[in-house]
Write a protein of this length. Sequence first.
Length: 370
Amino acid sequence: MARIKFEGVSKRYPNGFKALENFSLDIQDKEFLVLLGPSGCGKSTTLNMIAGLEDVTEGNLYFDGAVVNTVPPHRRDVAMVFQSYALYPHKSVAENIAFGLRMRKHPREEIERRVRDAARRLEIEHLLDRRPNQLSGGQRQRVALGRAMVRQPSVFLMDEPLSNLDAALRISMRAEIKQLHQAMQTTFVYVTHDQAEALTLADRIVVMREGVVQQIGSPDEIYEQPRNTFVASFLGNPPINYLDGRLEAADGGVAFRRGGLTLDIPAPIVPKLAPFAGREVTVGIRAEDVSEHGAATPGRALGGRITSVLPVGSDNFLEIEVEGRQLFFRVGKEVRHRDGDQAVLSVNMNRLHVFDKADGRSLIRGDARP
């Protein structure tokens, strides 16, 4: 198994582009770590550094305490699963799975045993004699996983492995990958821009932007306590709603005001926000943190004209114009809505997010300073 550590790592290319800047990260042995962020944020570069496919410009990369900056890929004991599957079209499924073992001169009996074991675990035993062009996308992905599994690596690397699959198949493959990690008890590092994959699979998530770590934490921590507006907006479906306004002292407490809208800050977080009274802020309200049930209490509700109703199976997404902004909320289908109707929604104020408008940092987290 392996513990991987980045210590002040930067990656610069000859053209001057910086893919990573002073990147530090400690990946624990047997952890499932997900690198999450938009295209170009540096997550694939980070994965390729672990694999040895990219050189470290500055800093050090460690495997189990030993610097591996100059260790070639074939000596790092890592296996990688790519977005494109990278299967040999002229070889059978069994031959594709066994290829790495044959290159390493493993005994034939051991190769056959490992291939059978991997195929059984991935439920592709009946496909071993087929060629890749005879397989579905999900079956090809299982073959790619099998080829990595038989290596029994210390580190399992995955670069957007499910992005070519349809939505239903992605869900089932997530479950299989999670079960695979639990069975193999190996360090997994997984790259994706899909928030659902990150939230489903990860022990910890690293949110990245332009080569810089924005936040590291468990899925719950990243979702419930985002460090800044970028992190908050990258997780959630629909994305979190933002309203700019001002924090003001009010009756011994604190309130958020924008035009005719007032939201009273709940008592438990007033001590955190009171030092910021008078500050221009951005309030974040997640789509699911509203309700139509019960009376809408002043200071804990918002309303506006419904501009669009989007049915999504068990729920409706409502687009509502609130103080000049178009906001999206998720509500039940019990109440029928139509475009143009007026809606008043109660806000779960205990789940309110408040960010500094100037730099986007959270003012509720313990590390905020006036």
